[in-house]
Design a protein around this ligand. Structure first.
Ligand SMILES: Cc1ncc(C[n+]2csc(CCOP(=O)(O)OP(=O)(O)O)c2C)c(N)n1
Length: 381
């Protein structure tokens, strides 16, 4: 058994400063230590996939990051692990508990199947793993092996944590960080026009500042942004649907002086709606979240989403975003982008459905997109 401090200190020496995750009873002392300690940043995520995306954003922006969760949530993380980390080559350190270990101490029935397949599932995804160290002398060598592998391959590395690996750390006092948000005025019907998505994207490009980063959600939005003009500060999230805002959160926390603009879809935002209260609590002043709401999964044939009856600005306000705007036209979007100092903001904009015919797919590979964005993030703001 090790003390959490031994791990955090050794990981800190390798540049790991941000942790995100979802609790597990096996992880309790480890997460408690992260929450208690002022030396490390812990971002509690709504689900394991969001935690992977948050850590990935931080990592791309130059802050080493680790993700911790129970193996029951590994399935929730498969989408970003396979279609974000693997293809863009964004390495994060994974700490995954092993509930239901075969031949381990008896565990509850819901862990039986995942306990059997956890390490096999990691191997299927091409993720190298080791057991989490249980002797303090093994901690630094184990983290060094993980980081060397990630450095050489650009891929995540997993440490699989068995029961009783970490000694007790009680949870300290957790301050309430924000007041309960005030609701927006009631929204009875949409007041603004439905804008062509390309016009919104061109407005964003032309009002973005030189150092800004633009993250575009899965499907037609990324393709249309690319068609409007391919730029090194743009990230086309071709997979990991729903992860754009969490990924943007990681970027924004890692580089608080740089503005991050997230272009989300209604389908994507709904898929991982739990991200909004996490952003609302973390409240990065440098993040602007724009939901392009065409009320459809346009990219897969324009099947309706449920967004016709969902008020994203109200959801954002109720989730703790200090600014939540219903855009009536392009001017509202331009004005928000031109405002001198920011606060976490969401703009809800209704867009037209297009058939997407003729939209190119980025010819630049995901690896090249990530590599040039790293360079942009290393440069001046
Ligand atoms: C996890 C996951 N489920 C489904 C898909 C298939 N898919 C790709 S884009 C898309 C629709 C996205 O809808 P929305 O965010 O509203 O954007 P739009 O297509 O309208 O631009 C879907 C369902 C996927 N890529 N990933």
């Amino acid at each position: 058994m090790i003390h959490a401090k031994a791990f955090f200190d050794a990981a800190g020496a390798c540049g790991i400063r941000l942790y995100s995750g979802v609790p597990c009873s096996y992880l309790k002392p480890f997460i408690n230590y992260a929450i208690n300690s002022p030396d490390w940043r812990y971002v509690g995520a709504a689900n394991e996939g969001d935690a992977v995306a948050i850590a990935s954003g931080a990592e791309l922006a130059g802050v080493g990051a680790a993700v911790m969760f129970q193996n029951s949530g590994l399935g929730n993380a498969v989408s970003p692990l396979t279609s974000l980390n693997a293809i863009f080559r964004i390495p994060v350190l994974l700490i995954i508990t092993l509930r239901g270990e075969r031949n381990g101490s008896p565990d509850e029935p819901q862990h039986e199947v995942m306990g059997e397949i956890t390490t096999g599932l990691l191997e299927l995804m091409g993720i190298r793993w080791e057991f989490f160290p249980t002797n303090e002398d093994e901690v630094a060598p184990c983290i060094n092996r993980a980081r060397s592998h990630s450095k050489a391959t650009g891929l995540p590395f997993a440490l699989v944590m068995r029961k009783d690996s970490v000694s007790e750390t009680p949870l300290g006092r957790q301050e309430a960080r924000h007041e309960v948000p005030a609701p927006l005025p009631h929204w009875s019907s949409w007041q603004g026009a439905r804008l062509p998505r390309a016009d919104v994207l061109r407005t964003v490009q032309s009002h973005a500042r030189r150092g800004d980063v633009i993250v575009a959600t899965t499907g037609h939005t990324g393709r249309e942004l690319y068609a409007c003009g391919d730029l090194p500060n743009q990230f086309y999230m071709v997979g990991s649907m729903g992860c754009a805002s969490s990924f943007g959160l990681g970027l924004a926390l890692a580089q608080p002086e740089r503005r991050v603009i997230v272009l989300d879809g209604d389908g994507a935002a709904l898929m991982r709606l739990g991200a909004l209260p996490v952003l609302g609590l973390e409240r990065p002043r440098n993040l602007l979240h724009i939901v392009l709401d065409n009320e459809a999964h346009e990219s897969t044939g324009a099947q309706a989403t449920v967004s016709a009856s969902a008020d994203f600005a109200q959801i954002a306000a109720a989730s703790g975003y200090p600014v939540a705007i219903r855009a009536r036209g392009l001017d509202d979007i331009a004005a928000t982008l031109d405002a001198p100092s920011g606060d976490l903001s969401l703009i809800h904009v209704k867009t037209q459905i297009s058939n997407g015919k003729g939209l190119p797919r980025p010819s630049i590979t995901p690896r090249a997109v990530a590599a040039r964005l790293r360079e942009h993030l290393n440069g001046a703001i």
